[in-house]
Design a protein around this ligand. Structure first.
Ligand code: KG4
Ligand code: ZN
Length: 368
């Protein structure tokens, strides 16, 4: 069953085709260069770019993959959380195609799609502990199966990606800051005492990264030489000063270590078979290493998506959408977009005939 996935929740316009064997093809236009001038995503510009790019990208994807429109059997689209205007553009395009082609539509929770993305590359053993680390979220989930997500912990303020991006801004490092902090950190080793490991003195599984971001502001205030004079010269080959790379390595280490400690705590309460790392920050070297190390220590399978599957992409939407459709889940054309900060409801309609043929038949329909 060939499923078209559409992703427009932030600043990547992405379309992908997935079938039962995995990813067939994907085409993505990243708006990063457009927004980097402003130091962050400008929502209205992002929506307009999605509107301009979706149709030509769809044509290119069809031609490049040799796919005929009639071969598409389902449309999966990210319905939230994300920037509302951006989501609306994707939903409009998806609904038009579903109506025109007469195929089912399914609105995908962007966070669930991130967590299930590694399934494109290998089978995931359930139950799994899922850690989703992105620009807007730092969530720990107990995932009993691909249709049952229980939220165990979340950030109470800034997400880890946001902390990376804001720390980078303080140092005048270009957007997206997390990517550059990761790269700069590779030139040094961490000073484990330079930054706090935030919000560990409790018994819960929540996070709080606003304190470490403030710690960076104070550190830079007292060490103004660290601030990059001209961020326009920073490119992939740029080599940071030893002082700047030390700060990046130390900041990065504190975040990775904090995530590891909270995950370790979650494992003592919830026996699982694997740990899934997902979201944009899953591309981070130290965070990947921390999760891999933890999985090894507990004899669990580490499930880490390859780097191109970490950032926003339509492959994960097509893949998870296809899983949902095969299980009988779909939406009607009045599917709504869910903006950032709002819980995405589990409001799928269900075709029990299709669902009864699924490998996951009989599994819980609940989701968090
Ligand atoms: O999941 P994502 O692509 O978008 C959403 O937030 O939904 O995540 C973007 C976040 C940004 O904060 C970006 O700085 C961060 O992921 N990021 C990284 C790395 N690559 C992306 N943070 C740290 N290290 C990286 N290598
Ligand atoms: Zn994302």
């Amino acid at each position: 069953m060939l499923c078209l996935g559409i992703e427009t929740s932030c600043d990547e316009t992405s379309l992908a085709l997935a079938d039962n064997n995995g990813l067939l093809d994907q085409i993505t236009f990243s708006q990063a260069d457009i927004h980097s001038v402003f130091g962050g995503v400008v929502p209205e510009m992002a929506s307009r770019e999605h509107l301009n790019k979706l149709s030509p990208l769809f044509q290119s994807l069809m031609e490049r993959s040799g796919t005929k429109k009639k071969d598409i059997r389902a449309i999966a689209v990210t319905r939230g959380p994300g920037l509302l205007g951006c989501l609306l553009v994707g939903l409009g395009f998806a609904k038009g195609l579903a109506l025109g082609l007469g195929v089912p539509l399914v609105g995908v929770n962007h966070l669930h799609a991130h967590l299930m993305a590694p399934g494109l590359e290998k089978d995931i053993s359930f139950p799994a502990l899922g850690i989703l680390v992105s620009g807007g979220h730092t969530n720990i989930y107990l995932i009993k199966n691909p249709f049952d997500f229980e939220l165990l912990g979340r950030t109470l303020d800034d997400a880890a990606g946001e902390a990376f991006d804001k720390a980078a801004k303080t140092l005048n490092i270009p957007y997206p800051g997390g990517v550059f902090i990761d790269r700069f950190a590779a030139f040094s080793s961490p000073d484990q005492k330079m930054f706090p490991k935030p919000y560990l003195d409790n018994t819960n599984l929540d996070f709080s990264f606003s304190g470490i971001k403030t710690a960076m502001v104070y550190f830079v205030r007292d060490n103004q030489d660290l601030i990059l004079q001209n961020r326009a010269i920073v490119d992939e080959k740029y080599i940071p000063s030893p002082e700047l790379s030390k700060v990046c390595a130390s900041f990065n280490w504190s975040i990775a270590r904090t995530i590891k400690i909270k995950l370790k705590r979650a494992l003592t309460r919830h026996p699982v078979k694997s740990i899934i790392l997902a979201g944009g920050v899953a591309a981070n070297t130290m965070v990947r290493h921390a999760v891999e190390e933890l999985a090894l220590e507990h004899h669990l399978e580490p499930v880490l998506p390859r780097l191109t599957l970490c950032t926003d992409n339509a492959a994960m939407v097509a893949w998870y959408g296809r899983l949902l459709i095969n299980e009988g889940y779909y939406h009607s054309l009045d599917l709504e977009a869910i903006p950032r900060g709002k819980k995405v409801p589990w409001d799928y309609l269900r075709d029990r005939v299709r669902g009864s043929k699924s490998a996951f038949q009989g599994l819980s329909e609940q989701s968090g």
